[in-house]
Design a protein around this ligand. Structure first.
Ligand code: PLP
Length: 321
C-alpha cells in the first residue's frame, strides 16, 4: 500500500527551496568510538526555527492557493511546529494564530511572540488547543496547519531523507525521534522507497509513548501527558489518524523507549563532545545509541531534531552532571 508518492517529496523539495536550506551531516567521532559504529548526526536543529518542522510547515503553507493563504493560518502545537508555521507566515506576510497548552516552555512562547504570531494559551492539553483552531477555521476562515497527519507535512519532512541519501549513501540505519510520526513517516517512506534494507528505528521517551502504545494495541490510543525532558514528543496521534499511524506501522522496523536519564545523558554528551545544545526530544536518539550494543560496524544516521530548550533546564542539567 502506498500512502504518498515519491514525486510529492521531490515537489516539496522544490517548493520549500527558498525557505529551507539543506542541513549539514556531521560524523561523530566520539559516538563512533563509543559504539563501534560509524555514527553521523543530521543537524536538523540548525534551521532558523531551531527544528526540522520548518520543512513540513513551509511545504503545507506554500501549497495553499492565494485566496485561502490571505485569510491566514492557525495551528496547535507543543511549540516547534507553531514556531515554524509562524515563521513561514511572517515571511509571507499573512495572519497567524497559534493555540498552545500551558505546558509549553517559556522559551517557545517568547519565540512565537517575536515572530509576530498571535498566541492563545488554551487549557493544559493539545486536544483543547486543537478545538480552538477548528473554531478559528469555522469563524475566521483561517487554515489549520496540522503538525503531522497531513500529506504535505509528511512530504516536507521526507526531504530530510533525500539529503541523507546524498550526504551518506552508505547509510544502514536511521534513528529518529518519534511522536506523532510525521518525521519518521516522511524519512522512512523515502528511505524504504530507495533502499528497503535500510533499518528505521523510532525513539520515544518511556513516559507517554503514544505511538508505541497505539502500535501495540493496533489502533490510536490516548495517554495522559506528564513531565518529560523530551517535551516536544508529548501529544496524541489523533484518534482519526489517517497517515502517520499506518505509515509508522508499515515502515518502522523497531521502536525503542528511553528513560529520562538516557535523554539527559544524550543532551550532556552532545554538549560536552560536540559543543551543541539540543533539546530533550532531539537527545533521545543519542541517549539510545549510547546504550546500544547492536550497531557495531553499521553506518548509522541519528536525526537531531531541534534545539528549543529553556536555558535554566540546561544549566540545571550541567550543575547535576
Ligand atoms: C515534533 C518534533 C519531533 C517529533 O516529530 P513527529 O513528526 O511529531 O513524530 C521530534 N523532535 C522535535 C524537536 C520536534 O519538534
Amino acid at each position: 500500500m502506498t500512502y504518498l508518492s515519491f514525486r510529492e517529496v521531490w515537489e516539496a523539495k522544490k517548493r520549500i527551496s527558498s525557505f529551507v536550506h539543506p542541513t549539514p551531516i556531521l560524523y561523530s567521532e566520539p559516538l563512533s568510538d563509543h559504539t563501534g559504529a560509524h555514527v553521523h548526526l543530521k543537524l536538523e536543529h540548525t534551521h532558523p526555527t531551531g527544528s526540522f518542522k520548518l520543512r513540513g510547515a513551509a511545504n503545507k503553507i506554500l501549497s495553499l492557493d492565494d485566496k485561502v493563504l490571505k485569510k491566514g493560518v492557525t495551528t496547535f502545537s507543543t511549540g516547534n511546529h507553531g514556531i515554524s508555521v509562524a515563521y513561514v507566515a511572517a515571511e509571507l506576510g499573512i495572519p497567524c494564530t497559534v493555540c498552545i497548552s500551558n505546558r509549553v516552555p517559556k522559551a517557545k512562547v517568547n519565540r512565537l511572540k517575536k515572530l509576530h504570531a498571535s498566541v492563545e494559551v488554551v487549557g493544559s492539553s493539545q486536544d483543547e488547543a486543537e478545538a480552538r483552531c477548528a473554531e478559528l477555521e469555522r469563524e475566521d476562515g483561517m487554515t489549520v496547519i496540522k503538525p503531522f497527519d497531513d500529506r504535505e507535512i509528511i512530504a516536507g519532512q521526507g526531504t530530510i531523507a533525500l539529503e541523507i541519501m546524498e550526504q551518506c549513501p552508505e547509510v544502514d540505519e536511521v534513528i529518529i525521534p518519534l511522536s506523532g510520526g510525521g518525521l519518521l513517516s516522511g524519512i522512512a517512506f523515502v528511505m524504504k522507497s530507495m533502499e528497503p534494507s535500510i533499518h528505521i528505528t523510532g525513539v520515544t521517551m518511556k513516559k507517554g509513548a503514544v505511538m508505541h502504545e497505539s502500535l501495540a494495541k493496533g489502533k490510536p490510543v490516548i495517554l495522559e501527558e506528564s513531565y518529560t525532558l523530551a517535551d516536544s514528543l508529548l501529544g496524541g496521534i489523533g484518534t482519526e489518524n489517517r497517515y502517520t499511524f499506518p505509515m509508522t506501522q508499515a515502515y518502522m522496523d523497531k521502536g525503542v523507549l528511553v528513560e529520562e536519564s538516557q535523554i539527559e545523558e544524550g543532551l550532556i554528551f552532545t554538549l560536552e563532545h560536540h559543543k551543541m545544545v539540543v533539546e530533550g526530544a532531539a537527545a533521545t536518539g543519542i541517549g539510545h545509541v549510547l546504550h546500544s550494543n547492536d550497531l557495531k560496524g553499521k553506518n548509522v544516521v541519528v536525526v537531531l531534531s531541534g534545539n528549543n530548550i529553556d536555558h535554566d533546564v540546561v544549566l540545571n542539567l550541567l550543575a547535576k552532571s
